[in-house]
Design a protein around this ligand. Sequence first.
Ligand code: ADP
Length: 418
Amino acid sequence: MVEKGQLILYPTFMEDFYSKEKLFERVYNYSKRYLPYKLLSRLGLGNVFPQKASEFLVIFGLNSSFAGLVYLLALLLEKSIDKSPLYITGLIMVVISAVLTGLHSALLTSTLIFFEVYLLTNFSKTELDLSLYIQLTFFISGAIIVSYLIDLTRGNGEVKRLKDREKRYADSFIKLHDQYSLATQAIKSRDEFLSLVSHELKTPLTVMLLNLHGTLNSIKSASLANFSVPQLMKVLRNCEQQIKWLTEIINDLLDISLITTGRMSLKLENSDLVALTREVEQSFSELLKKEKIKLKINASSPVSGRWDKVRIKQMITNILSNAIKYGEGKPINIQISGNGSHGKLIIQDQGVGIDPREQKIIFDLFKRAPDQEKYQKGLGVGLFITSQIVKMHGGRINVASIPKKGSTFTIELPFNKH
Ligand code: ADP
């Protein structure tokens, strides 16, 4: 319901476009230009609250205009015997007034119209006209009932609208809250990632610095005879390894920035998945030999499609290096096949496996399964980059794993990206 004294001066459908306060503000600003406020302040009325002043102006201005219109009509119909058009017009004015400004304003309009009609029709008469009183009583009671009913529906509409609005606000609040939680989570993950990255960048640098420092000291203090070439080679090899690791981290960071800003593009060309896998296997051969890990590739024929060679090799490298890292030295199997439309690559290890809950998040950015800290080196970004490469090729990646039994990563790549 509309509260006592509450004025709604605009049709309901305009609610979202025009607020009541704005309308009053405008009227007030307008009146400031034309009303002698200085004079009013001299009379002690200068501190009239602006909104109240504009409300007053609107309610009386509007009703007076309505009543003025009826007055003009009454003048025209003065000579007419049947006054019903006058009452109908008056009632229309009251209805408009009730719809636009509410019950109080509609009552004010009917009262004004009542007095105007009364004064006008009785102006020159001396005796009492009973039929006029009856007509006016009918008019005023009709106007009150109509205004009340309109105000009631307006009130109900208002409640419904407020409820709708409340629901909308509640929905957006829930949405905002969810977004806030996600953003907080993302910021937390990013901060953890940054501290991890700083640590990972610092470690190889410290190792290199210590090695070089030691070597320089040996050269400076001890005689060169005590400093052997194999020793120097060992230091240099170590430095080379650390630099390779640093380059990998920096490349991963660059890839993340390319992916998250949507700037990673593919250079699609005819490629053979089997040949690319063998190339990756070759790059791991030394490590596999050193770690005594058996790697078997099952692939009968070339599996060719239009893929980005560099990115596909990067994808295989990421999954194979994980299989080695988390594979506990046990054999690794790779299977490559093709059907009518897709190439399929399965990399299977028999290592630590992944907890079912963690399987859902390992493809997310900055996510590592807990308890993996013992497997040195890892930013938790390899699988994110891999899944993005697969996605960009229009393919699919998934994992099946049983803790302590091993993991199987399956990648399907369409021969032609649509
Ligand atoms: P990381 O650099 O930590 O290996 P990845 O994005 O490559 O990052 O992998 C995310 C996480 O998924 C790893 O931290 C690890 O917990 C888990 N994971 C990935 N591959 C395997 C695997 N073959 N076996 C067990 N866990 C794996």
